[in-house]
Design a protein around this ligand. Structure first.
Ligand SMILES: Cc1cc2nc3c(=O)[nH]c(=O)nc-3n(C[C@H](O)[C@H](O)[C@H](O)COP(=O)(O)O)c2cc1C
Length: 151
């Protein structure tokens, strides 16, 4: 049985989180959207922010993992417009009925993901949900928080 960090990242913060999980023996798998997001930040905020707010599930590549082989699955996602990014909605759909052994790491510009956390807790009441502020800019916080999270 393996431990998995499956995540989406548009601008690299999720990759910094994945690097920490790999140091703790986690397999890391990055979801890639089949359609790329716009290049400009304004267009990203408008498109991504809107789609995230309606719970859109984006098309992603085949993750190539069998979740039933994983004792713990940690889903990592940026916060978009106070919601999970669209690819994370797809990952959650792929988990099917599984709620046990599923935890979350949310990364955002503000470090505040209260709305998304409350929503996740409705479906995953036992989940640990870690909210990080911009992991690329806050490496010490990231290292320490993930050390505690994996225990
Ligand atoms: C479309 C979009 C919407 C965002 N909305 C929020 C938000 O509501 N709150 C926040 O704190 N940060 C927001 N951000 C910032 C990202 O959550 C933050 O930069 C995150 O660390 C990005 O992760 P990534 O680099 O792995 O993609 C938004 C970014 C984008 C692109």
């Amino acid at each position: 049985m393996e431990k998995l960090f499956v995540y989406y990242s548009l601008s690299g913060n999720g990759d910094a989180v994945a690097k920490e999980f790999s140091k703790h023996g986690y397999k890391t798998v990055r979801a890639e959207e089949t359609k790329s997001m716009p290049k400009s930040m304004v267009a990203r905020i408008l498109k991504g922010g809107f789609l995230a707010s309606i719970g859109h599930k984006s098309k992603i590549n085949d993750l190539g993992v069998d979740f039933s082989d994983c004792e713990r699955i940690v889903v990592g996602t940026p916060i978009w417009n106070a919601h999970l990014a669209c690819a994370a909605n797809t990952i959650i759909e792929l988990l099917g009925d599984r709620t046990e052994g599923v935890d979350f790491v949310l990364y955002s510009g503000s470090g505040n993901a209260e709305k998304a956390t409350a929503k996740l807790k409705e479906k995953f009441p036992a989940a640990k949900v870690l909210s990080l502020k911009q992991p690329l800019n806050e490496p010490e916080q990231t290292v320490k928080s993930i050390e505690d999270f994996v225990l």
